[in-house]
Ligand binder design. Structure first.
Ligand SMILES: Nc1ncnc2c1ncn2[C@@H]1O[C@H](COP(=O)(O)OP(=O)(O)O)[C@@H](O)[C@H]1O
Ligand SMILES: [Mg+2]
Length: 364
């Protein structure tokens, strides 16, 4: 029979497709020295295909350096970077097939929006009919169809950043690199663009490495977050695990607010025996602020209660943040504003309750 029937047995190619995908990006003991300063110190890390990984850390912690090493704008002093299993140490930046977005947009100021988008296609030798088709499709995708003829300076910050994202994606590179992509935008626009980036990631499925110092951005966007400190990796985890189970005090403080339970008045009652050098940590939203004789929400054996005095209350829309003095420590408690809830003011005596299972131990 001349007709080719599809076999029900998987072909070798199909079997290979189903095999576990190797990491698409690997940092193997990478160090980058600038003189005596190690901007990046012995970092190892692997990123899977399609993953959205955020590098989060304070200014100067080595985030941009890590990204520039991956982009090939600078080379490691030690260690190696692999893409799809192959070392890229000899591959120049323009041949690494990565889309890059910078905080400053870095659009070509003397080219129209459409010409900006065309550029990566031209570099790859795509013919002009195909270029026009792809540019128009991409402009539509980022809702900038009417703006193709404008110069970048005639666009708002948010629009320029959408052009930069479109330009990074248009040649369909497998990897997308974002360096503080929303850093120049105001808060509302930043939140809108976070959704935009998330949608683009879902739609195009690019392996994405995003650098930011904004913890909220990292929590919102990422499959996993790498927390960096002084050139080193402090912890790698999913957003939820990082927030809920930080390993160190640094991570606990960098991702949100953290109460460290120290001192005689806050002797922690816990079933876990902390190792030496660990401190007890409690997130503000895990603390309930109650009247001293108010009802208790859980069994005594699971709960710890301490007496305190309100220092002040900060109202922030959906949240109330209390600062509560307990002996010589001030704890922060955060409560969602709800109807019928008792509100306390400075000087009020209160009882703080929390579940023992909500206490975490982190290295000091
Ligand atoms: N080209 C360079 N020359 C010298 N020092 C640099 C250079 N680039 C970065 N550094 C230093 O390396 C450290 C990390 O910088 P960077 O990677 O830009 O941090 P981040 O992006 O986290 O703010 C800083 O101490 C910075 O001053
Ligand atoms: Mg930086």
């Amino acid at each position: 029979m001349a007709l080719k029937m599809k076999s029900y047995l998987p072909t070798e190619d199909e079997l290979l497709e189903k095999a576990p995908v190797p990491a698409q990006i690997e940092f193997c003991n990478v160090t980058k020295l600038y003189g005596a300063v190690a901007a990046v110190k012995d970092i190892s890390l692997s990123v899977s295909r399609g993953e959205f990984l955020t590098i989060l850390g304070p200014s100067g912690s080595g985030k941009t350096t890590a990204l520039m090493l991956l982009a090939g704008f600078t080379t490691p002093s030690e260690g190696d970077i692999l893409i799809a299993g192959k070392s890229v140490s000899e591959v120049p930046s323009y041949r690494r097939d990565q889309g890059i977005v910078f905080q400053s947009y870095a659009l070509f100021p003397h080219l129209t929006v459409a010409r900006n988008l065309e550029f990566p296609l031209e570099m790859r030798g795509v013919n002009s009919a195909e270029r026009a088709k792809r540019v128009s499709r991409m402009l539509e995708r980022v809702r900038l169809s009417e703006f193709g003829g404008r110069m970048p300076s005639q666009l708002s910050g948010g629009q320029q950043q959408r052009v930069a994202l479109a330009r990074a994606l248009i040649a369909d590179p497998p990897i997308l690199l974002l360096d503080e992509p929303l850093g120049a935008l105001d808060r509302n626009l930043r939140e809108q663009m976070q959704i935009e980036i998330k949608d683009l990631h879902r739609e195009f499925g690019k392996t994405t490495i995003c650098v930011t110092h904004d913890q909220e951005e990292a929590l919102t966007l990422s499959d996993r977050i790498v927390v960096m400190r002084s050139g080193q990796i402090e912890q790698i985890d999913t957003p939820e695990a990082l927030y809920d189970r930080p390993n160190t005090r640094f991570v606990a403080n960098f991702l949100g607010e953290a109460n460290v339970l120290e001192g005689a008045d806050l002797k922690v009652q816990s079933d876990v025996v902390p190792s030496p050098g660990m401190v007890a940590m409690l997130r503000p939203e895990r603390i309930c602020v109650n009247a001293p004789t108010g009802p208790r929400r859980s069994d005594a054996e699971h709960r710890q209660s301490v007496a305190g005095v309100i220092e002040d209350m900060i109202y922030a829309g959906p949240l109330r943040k209390y600062r509560v003095r307990v002996g010589d420590t001030v704890l922060i408690a955060r409560e969602h504003v709800a109807s019928g809830q008792e509100v306390f003011g400075a000087g009020d005596e209160v009882r703080l309750d929390w579940l023992r299972s909500d206490v975490r131990f982190v290295t000091a």
